[in-house]
Every structure is written in structure tokens, then in C-alpha cells.
Design a protein around this ligand. Structure first.
Ligand code: NAD
Length: 366
């Protein structure tokens, strides 16, 4: 049913360009298909450096507004992630509203792929939360604008292990900055969210002798991993005031927010989740004041995009790992810049990324 009556509250809130997390986004595409039940939103934040590449997330959002807000925040994050990593890619992301465990099927994936294809390469998709390599293979049946496809189909496979390796390198750099040595031996680490990335990160840090605690809303997953790795598990949400050396957010975004930030009792934050700070400016500043070394998420979780970018250029695993390893050096530089200029680490990383975009824009316009 349609109506030409627009609710006055909506008009007052002006929810389109001035609200939610809109921040200079170029294009938002709403994808709706009644036959498959697909409801998706593709967000393109910026294409100055290249086509907008970013994963697709399938999640049970509280409302469609929450989904829109998420795609706005995530696509913007991709712009700065690719920019600081030196990739010729813009920032984009997609969200599919629904439960990946019960509502995802091949027809839905194909239909989503058709929408991606309709954007003629301005947006290129990949995996994110709720997606698997197999889903990318299905999307590949209807569009070439997809990465993270399986190795047997000529792709680079699941990017998560490379993401985890980059987070590990960024974590080590943050630890070096905070403690003077980058060893994780004996460090007490909470990994929140033990999915694709979290599990590999758990393996990497435990192999180095860290004491790891894991937390996840999926209790079956927690049980499975605690048995597999003999880990300490913590159930529920009461995790923020734990006495830690390192907090590694590897679930969803905004876990550092007005409610949690004052409880934090950790020396370092380094994890895979996108958009960890609910408010980049305010929460970035509070972390700096508390003396917590925060490794910017969009810098240290770039391993996955580095890996899938390789598919566009001719994939080499060695090359991807080498570029990802360099996250260690960049993270150290960001900590130094943050101290030198007395700005947050988030701002330091953001400024470098923005400069690269501005320079490219000038070149294009000259
Ligand atoms: P995933 O879906 O495999 O795992 C996420 C895990 O977090 C799941 O086990 C889920 O149950 C858990 N979780 C969700 N909400 C939680 C909460 N409130 N508390 C505790 N646990 C919770 O996803 P993933 O691919 O491992 O990605 C993890 C994060 O890293 C996401 O924010 C994603 O956007 C980001 N990221 C992933 C990649 C990648 O290559 N996969 C790359 C860059 C960034």
C-alpha cells in the first residue's frame, strides 16, 4: 500500500541527507525483491580513489533505519580503510536485512548479485558478517563485480584469516607502543566475537603465549571453541570492566560507547570490528585521556580488503600477506603521529587517508 501523505515527524527529522550517519555519501541504493524476500541497501560513500569495494553484511537489524545507519557507517569506513592502506579503491558496503542462518538461500544471493551487477562495477562486493565464500561464488554466477570467491573458482578464498593476521600485526604494534616490547607472551586478552576473524586471532595470540578469554553471544560457538582451544570463556555482556592488557573487539561495531567507555580497564584496544567507536571524536578523545592505546580499526582490519583487492590485480597470497604485515609499521607511525600532534590515533589515521583522497581529487580536477 502506498500513500502520498508524508509523516510530519519524518519531515522535521529530515532523515535523508542530513541525518543518521550521512557524511558526503555519493549514492545509496535500496534493493527490494518480493519473490525472494530480499531487502538490501548498498551504500557508496566515495569513489575518488576507485570503485567502491566492501563486503555485504546480513544481519537481523532492529529496524530498517538501523540497517541504513549501519551501511552508511560501514561504507564510510571502507573509504578511509582503502585510502590509508594505499589501495586504489573507494568505499562501499552492503547490508541485507535478515537472519543469515534461516533466511539466506541461493535465490536470495543471486537476486542480490543482480542488484550489484546493475551498478556496473561502481560497487564491488565481498564477504562480511553473515556471509561465506560460497555465497560469493553464487553471486559470481550473475555478476563479475564480486571478490572473496573460492580458490577453486579462481578467487582468493575467505579473507578472514588475512584480516586476523593484520589485526595481530596492528595489536603487536600497539603493544610495542604501550609496553616497549611487542611480545604478547603472558598478556591478558579478551577477544569479543569469535567468528571467522576472531577464531584465527585467538589462535595467533595463543600461539604467542597470551592468556586469552573469549566472549560471544552465540553460546554454542563459545562452547565449541573453549573445548577446541581450552580457553576461558565469559558469558553475557559483563565484560567491559575486566582487568585486561588488550581488549580485541571482533564482533559488531560501536562496542566502545557512552555506556562502556568508562568501565574499560584495559591498556590496549586492537580488534577487527568495523566502527568500534560509537562516536569517533568523543570516544577517541576519552580513550586518549585514559591512556588506552587504541589501534584504529579501519587501519588494522585492512588485511581482508588487501586480500580481495589482489583478485582485481592478479592474486598472490605472498604479496597480500606482505602488504598486510606492513600494518605493523603503519600502526607504529600512527601512534607516533598521535603523540607528536597531540591528536587521537583515529584522527591521525583519518587525516592521512583524507589527504590521499584530497590529493587524488586535485589531480583529477587539474
Ligand atoms: P562473523 O559473523 O564470522 O563473527 C562475528 C561473531 O561475533 C559471531 O560469532 C557473533 O555471534 C559474534 N557477536 C555478534 N554480536 C556480538 C556481541 N554483542 N557480543 C559478542 N559477540 C557477538 O564475522 P567476522 O567475519 O569474524 O567479522 C567480525 C568483525 O570484523 C565484523 O565487525 C566485521 O565487519 C569485521 N571485519 C571482518 C573482516 C573479514 O575479513 N571477515 C574484515 C574487516 C572487518
Amino acid at each position: 500500500m502506498t500513500s502520498n501523505i508524508i509523516n510530519n515527524d519524518l519531515i522535521k527529522k529530515d532523515p535523508v541527507f542530513g541525518q543518521l550517519s550521512f557524511d558526503g555519501h555519493e549514492q545509496i541504493v535500496f534493493c527490494n525483491d518480493e519473490d525472494t524476500g530480499l531487502k538490501a541497501i548498498i551504500g557508496i560513500h566515495n569513489t575518488v580513489l576507485g570503485p567502491a569495494l566492501g563486503g555485504t553484511r546480513m544481519w537481523t537489524y532492529q529496524s530498517e533505519w538501523h540497517a541504513l545507519n549501519d551501511v552508511l557507517r560501514l561504507s564510510r569506513g571502507m573509504t578511509y580503510k582503502s585510502a590509508i592502506t594505499g589501495l586504489n579503491l573507494g568505499g562501499g558496503k552492503a547490508v541485507i536485512i535478515g537472519d543469515a542462518k534461516t533466511q539466506k538461500n541461493d535465490a536470495l544471493m543471486r537476486k542480490f548479485g543482480e542488484f550489484v551487477n546493475s551498478m556496473s562495477g561502481r560497487y564491488i562486493t565481498a564477504e562480511d558478517v553473515g556471509m561465506e565464500t560460497r555465497d560469493m561464488d553464487i553471486i559470481r554466477e550473475v555478476t563479475p563485480h564480486v571478490t572473496g570467491i573460492s580458490e577453486s573458482n579462481g578467487g582468493s578464498g575467505n579473507p578472514s584469516p588475512v584480516t586476523a593476521f593484520g589485526v595481530y600485526m596492528g595489536m603487536k604494534a600497539a603493544v610495542k607502543h604501550k609496553f616497549g616490547s611487542d611480545s604478547l607472551d603472558g598478556k591478558k586478552i579478551l577477544v569479543q566475537g569469535v567468528g571467522h576473524v576472531g577464531e584465527t586471532l585467538v589462535k595467533l595470540v595463543s600461539d604467542e603465549g597470551a592468556q586469552v578469554i573469549i566472549n560471544d553471544i552465540n553460546e554454542n560457538r563459545l562452547e565449541e571453541l573453549s573445548k577446541k582451544y581450552n580457553m576461558n570463556v565469559i558469558l553475557g555482556n559483563d565484560i567491559y570492566n575486566l582487568d585486561l592488557d588488550i581488549y580485541a573487539p571482533c564482533a559488531l561495531g560501536a562496542s566502545i560507547n557512552d555506556d562502556t567507555i568508562h568501565q574499560l580497564n584495559t591498556k590496549v584496544i586492537a580488534g577487527a570490528a568495523n566502527n568500534q567507536l560509537a562516536d569517533e571524536v568523543k570516544h577517541g578523545r576519552i580513550l586518549k585521556e585514559k591512556g588506552i592505546a587504541y589501534a584504529p580499526d579501519f587501519l588494522i582490519n585492512a588485511g581482508g580488503i588487501i586480500n580481495v583487492y589482489g583478485e582485481l590485480e592478479g592474486y598472490s597470497k605472498e604479496e597480500s600477506l606482505k602488504k598486510t604485515e606492513n600494518i605493523y609499521n603503519t600502526t607504529l607511525e600512527i601512534f607516533k603521529l598521535s603523540e607528536k600532534e597531540n591528536i587521537t590515533t583515529h584522527r591521525a589515521a583519518f587525516n592521512i587517508a583524507q589527504k590521499r583522497i584530497d590529493n587524488r581529487k586535485k589531480e583529477k580536477n587539474s
